[in-house]
Design a protein around this ligand. Structure first.
Ligand code: FPP
Ligand code: MG
Length: 388
């Protein structure tokens, strides 16, 4: 059975006990977040689906991505397009954030309301910002293709991972190919600051992934090390892309930094919840293996918080989780601890910081700008309440 493969029935029952810990957290207000703005109330009447606000542009983006990854050699072509095909495009979370950010920073969407004068300069800017969304998604998918090779994953987005279906070699080459196509689009923007930002992101992705291979317990058991790695692996891409959106719009350093802060904190919140779901979600709901982090000896926030309460867990972590008995033992400690709850609280704190960055943007009376800012605020809530 694919679900919980390699684990004893014991692991499953421990996990079931872990899951209830999360239930009261939907209404839990963190002491950690007491100094930052609370994310918006999801029951607010005016809440719109943030994804629907940019649905038309997302569909154009999907078509653009498919055309950007066309390759000469059929084998490479089918590998490169694998995760851009309809139905397996994923949540398109990053492009959604970036397109909303573009509007939130007062940039006109060209083909919207007829009462809006179509300004060619604004149209050109929006197109350039759409390119950033495409590049970001391309870098993201490239990193996933390589990540699945490193993790020896067999599923992704509910289907076989590319390495599983076509082999490691083609998966690595397809990732390289996507990066090269992203570079070509990036160069076409002719903005060296934006090129440097996104080049730095690729360096961060590689650095984060390498940090994750750490073998010393000092590093693996350190919350500081984990958060730095999390920034590199997840938050750098979205934060620097948000900053690129602001830079292309000619925004001030201050506004660009707020865009960056929003992306950084949203990214950190997103990954903290991802790490939590690895313990509480099912393979079916996640579209990839559950318990995969601990199975690979990767120590994430829930276990790090559990170590603070049960220092004896450190020696279990030190052994590397090579046997499933140690995984069960760690899960026992986790179930007894408030590790899952504290992870959710930390994610909530970062979601609050992301919301505070949006609240600090210069005021605007433009209805579309306001709507997009509300959608960005709503995303901070969606990120911490998601179950997949
Ligand atoms: C998912 O990690 C992976 C990443 C967020 C980044 C991976 C980066 C690299 C492999 C470096 C190479 C980068 C490029 C751009 C080619 P995860 O295993 O925690 O998440 P998962 O559960 O979705 O697999
Ligand atoms: Mg992985």
């Amino acid at each position: 059975m694919l679900l919980y493969r390699g684990f004893s029935r014991n692991s499953r029952s421990i996990l079931n006990r872990c899951q209830w810990v999360l239930l009261p957290l939907q209404h839990h207000h963190s002491i950690l977040s007491s100094t930052v703005r609370s994310p918006p109330d999801p029951t607010r009447k005016e809440q719109l689906d943030p994804f629907s606000l940019v649905a038309d542009e997302l569909s154009i983006l999907g078509n653009r991505l498919r055309s950007m990854v066309v390759a000469e050699v059929p084998k490479l072509a089918s590998a490169a397009e694998y995760f851009f095909k309809m139905g397996v495009e994923g949540k398109r979370f990053r492009p959604t954030v970036l397109l909303l950010m573009a509007t939130a920073l007062n940039v006109t969407i060209p083909e919207t309301a007829s009462d809006r004068v179509v300004d060619p300069v604004a149209t050109e800017l929006r197109t350039r910002q759409q390119r950033i969304a495409e590049i970001t998604e391309m870098i993201h998918v490239a990193s996933l293709l390589h990540d699945d090779v490193l993790d020896d994953a067999d599923t992704r987005r509910g289907i076989g991972s590319l390495n599983f279906v076509m082999g490691n070699k083609l998966a690595v080459l397809a990732g390289d190919f996507l990066l090269s196509r992203a570079c070509v689009t990036l160069a076409s923007l002719k903005n060296t600051e934006v090129v440097s930002l996104l080049a730095k992101v690729v360096e961060h992705l590689v650095t984060g992934e390498t940090m994750q291979m750490a073998t010393s317990c000092e590093q693996r058991c350190s919350m500081e090390y984990y958060l730095q790695k999390t920034y590199y692996k997840t938050a750098s891409l979205i934060s620097n892309s948000c900053k690129a959106i602001a830079l292309l719009a000619g925004q001030t350093a201050e506004v660009s930094m707020l865009a960056y802060e929003y992306g950084k904190n949203l990214g950190l919140a997103y990954q903290l919840i991802d790490d939590l779901l690895d313990f509480t979600g099912t393979s079916a709901s996640l579209g990839k293996g559950s318990l995969s982090d601990i199975r690979h000896g990767i120590v994430t926030a829930p276990i790090l918080f559990a170590i603070e309460e049960f220092p004896q867990l450190r020696s279990v972590v030190d052994r590397g989780f090579d046997n499933s008995g140690d995984v069960d033992l760690a899960l026992e400690f986790l179930a007894k601890s408030s590790g899952l709850q504290k992870t959710k609280e930390l994610a909530t704190k970062h979601a609050g910081l992301a919301a505070a960055a949006i609240d600090s943007l210069p005021e605007s009376n433009d209805e579309l700008v306001q709507k997009s800012r509300r959608a960005l605020l709503d995303l901070t809530q969606i990120v911490i309440t998601r179950i997949k």
